[in-house]
Each structure stands twice: as structure tokens, then as C-alpha cells.
Design a protein around this ligand. Structure first.
Ligand SMILES: Cc1cc2nc3c(=O)[nH]c(=O)nc-3n(C[C@H](O)[C@H](O)[C@H](O)COP(=O)(O)O)c2cc1C
Length: 362
């Protein structure tokens, strides 16, 4: 089967991946309503083409927090890559670099901060799950030292996600494939939550030692890297992010993996952009599967988007080359949307390029 779309990659990956690992990647919380909503709400938005405009010379590049990327689709942080593929995060970082975009390394990576930086050719962010102050301080400082460009604090996991497929499959992580950045400090590994394994379902609903708003100053004092807050679902939290000095936010519901029955990310994007778009950079993830989805997100106020599950599909298909292929497909689809709407570069994209159903009324 030749690969034309991300859907093709998904089908091939599902055939190659062991059943429990597939459920871990593909699954979401409880009834997976939000996961489905993430996809279906994108399909409710339509695009307005505009012809007889010279779009012969297009430039898809943009900047995120000052870093140039070739097109506005980036690779989201996701634990489990080394359990899924032997090259894990190193392959993903290489694939993202080859496609000329950014990769966010998760706290729960099988390879360390430094091992990934060694092979990366594109910009990197470090995604942080905060558990203990001393571990956070260590990770954040190493990320800076290794050349990462931002700290991306994920805030939407006060407890682990209720992914029922994982509970049924009794899915467990293979420890050494998740603790690449902590393995030189074995005493840390026994501490609950230290490995950033919050995407694993757990019967235990006791909370993690997350940060609170009043402690963001402490986190910011550890480094001069910009702070991105990932997992923002409401205008109220977005406004707080601006007030507490975040440099950027990712409007994300974690691909529906943490709490079910929330709005989709694309539904919440426009109101969040209207409230804080002049104060910080806004990105979106959850449900991006086509270049047109990225285009819609940019029209509604995002500076860029991330893909999560598709990185695993690319990895399963062909390691780093598969991740690059997945991103190349999105790039060419995004380019088509841009050209059909009469734009030559991303800064020309306007809100009027898309129609949002009146019934959303948010
Ligand atoms: C298998 C898997 C593991 C994930 N692990 C993390 C993680 O460790 N940290 C994090 O911030 N987000 C994690 N995510 C969420 C992604 O960063 C992203 O928000 C989500 O996948 C976007 O939705 P999409 O899969 O529909 O593209 C994970 C997602 C998946 C699929």
C-alpha cells in the first residue's frame, strides 16, 4: 500500500504494532468522546478559496518564540516512543529536523535530554512534568545546557489519565524505556510520578505534586528559557497564563487522553486567541490530521500546531524517515490550503479564510 495521507500511515502502524501498545497510543480517557470531538469539530469548519491571485512563490516558514521553522506544524511531546520503536525519541528528533521543524522532548523519554540533543538538527523544546523541585531544577538546567529553546510545562495532568483500554490490557511501561534523563540518579526513580509517566492509566487517583500558579515564578527563576504552558482548555486559564508571565500556551486537551467530555481544542481556540492573542504566542494540538486542520488553526489565531499520535504512526512505518514522511505530507497539504486561499505566506492568513458554524456560539 502506498502512503498518501496520515490515515494510510495510521492503518499500516496499527497493523505493525502489538495490540496493547496500539491501544496505549490510540486510546483516550473514559468513553473517548473528546478524542472523537477533536476530529469531528475540525470537519465542521469550512475554508473559503480565493482565486486569480499570484501564489507562485510561496513561503511556508514561520517562527516560534523566535526560532525559525519551515512550516507551522511541530511534533508534540509524547512518552512511550522508545517502547514503540528502538530508536524512539532520537528517531523522532531526526525526523522533525529533516522536515525542518521543531520537536518537544517529553520528560518520560527513553533517551536522555543530551542523547536526543546530540542527533537533533532542528530546534528542540523540553516538556516538563513537574514532580519534585530538585528533579525539575536538574532537568530544566540540563535542557538549557543542551541547547533546548523553551521549557514546555504540561499542566493538565493532576492525576493520571483514565484510559480504560490500558487498564483492561494491564498495560505497563518498561521502566528503562521511559527514564532516559533520570537514569544517572537511580534514587529518583523510586519516587512516585518522577518519570513523567502520567499518560499511563493507573487505578490510583491520588494526585501528582504539580505546580500551582503562585509557584510559576520559582520555575521561571531556574532558567532564562521561555516558558510555554501546555494543556490550556479555557479562556480563564489562558488569561492566568498571560498574567503569570508565560511566553506561550498550547491550547490542548492532550488528545482527549486525560479528562473526557471537554470541548475540542479547535472550539476553544478563537475565544482564547481573542482574550490573550496579543500577549503571548498560541499553539494548538489535539486532532490535527490534515494540513487543512493546521491552516484552520492558524486562521483562528494559532501560530502553529502540534501532532501527537501521528508521530507514532510515522515511527512505526519507517523510524526517522517515517516521521519525516508524516510531516512532509502535512506540509504539502498545508501548502495546498494556503495556495487555494490565495496566500503566499503564513502571515497573510486571515480569519475570513474559514467559516465556523454559528451554532458553536462560544
Ligand atoms: C502515546 C502518547 C503519549 C503522550 N505523552 C505525553 C507526555 O508525556 N507529555 C505531554 O505533555 N503530552 C503527552 N501526550 C499528548 C501530546 O503531547 C498531545 O497533546 C496530543 O497527542 C495531541 O493530540 P493528537 O494525538 O490528537 O495529535 C501524549 C500523547 C500520546 C498519544
Amino acid at each position: 500500500m502506498s502512503v498518501v495521507s496520515l490515515k494510510d500511515l495510521e492503518i499500516i502502524a496499527s497493523q505493525k504494532t502489538p495490540h496493547d501498545m496500539w491501544d496505549f497510543i490510540d486510546g483516550a480517557a473514559f468513553d473517548e468522546v473528546t478524542k472523537r470531538r477533536n476530529l469531528s469539530k475540525f470537519e465542521e469548519i469550512t475554508i473559503n478559496p480565493s482565486f486569480l491571485v499570484d501564489v507562485g512563490d510561496r513561503d511556508l516558514s514561520t517562527t516560534v518564540l523566535g526560532e525559525k521553522i519551515g512550516f507551522p506544524v511541530m511534533v508534540a511531546p509524547a512518552g512511550g516512543q522508545r517502547q514503540h520503536h528502538p530508536e524512539g525519541e532520537r528517531a523522532t528528533a531526526r525526523g522533525a529536523g529533516m522536515a525542518d521543524t521543531l520537536y518537544a522532548l517529553p520528560t518520560g523519554s527513553g533517551y536522555s535530554i543530551e542523547e536526543v540533543a546530540e542527533v537533533a538538527t532542528g530546534p528542540l523544546w523540553f516538556q516538563l512534568y513537574h514532580s519534585y523541585d530538585d528533579i525539575t531544577e536538574n532537568l530544566v538546567k540540563r535542557a538549557k545546557e543542551a541547547g533546548y529553546k523553551a521549557i514546555c510545562l504540561t499542566v493538565d495532568t493532576p492525576t493520571s489519565g483514565a484510559k480504560e483500554k490500558d487498564l483492561r490490557n494491564d498495560m505497563h511501561r518498561t521502566e528503562h524505556l521511559y527514564n532516559g534523563s533520570l537514569r544517572h540518579n537511580p534514587e529518583w526513580l523510586s519516587r512516585k510520578g518522577a518519570q513523567g509517566a502520567r499518560d499511563f492509566a493507573d487505578w490510583d487517583v491520588s494526585g501528582y505534586m504539580g505546580l500551582t500558579w503562585d509557584r510559576l515564578d520559582w520555575l521561571k527563576s531556574l532558567t532564562d528559557l521561555p516558558l510555554v504552558i501546555k494543556g490550556v482548555r479555557t479562556v480563564a486559564d489562558a488569561v492566568k497564563c498571560a498574567e503569570y508571565g508565560a511566553d506561550a500556551i498550547v491550547v490542548s486537551n492532550h488528545g482527549g487522553r486525560q479528562i473526557d467530555r471537554t470541548l475540542s481544542s479547535i472550539e476553544t481556540l478563537a475565544p482564547i486567541s481573542a482574550a490573550v492573542g496579543d500577549r503571548l504566542e498560541i499553539y494548538l494540538d489535539s486532532g490535527v490530521r490534515r494540513g487543512a486542520d493546521a491552516f484552520i488553526a492558524l486562521a483562528l489565531g494559532a501560530r502553529g500546531v502540534f501532532v501527537g499520535r501521528p508521530l507514532f504512526w510515522g515511527l512505526a512505518y519507517d523510524g526517522a524517515d517515517g516521521v519525516k514522511l508524516m510531516l512532509d505530507i502535512l506540509r504539502s497539504e498545508f501548502d495546498r490550503a494556503l495556495s487555494y486561499c490565495g496566500f503566499k505566506n503564513v502571515s497573510e492568513i486571515t480569519r475570513s479564510a474559514v467559516n465556523v458554524p454559528l451554532s458553536w456560539d462560544l
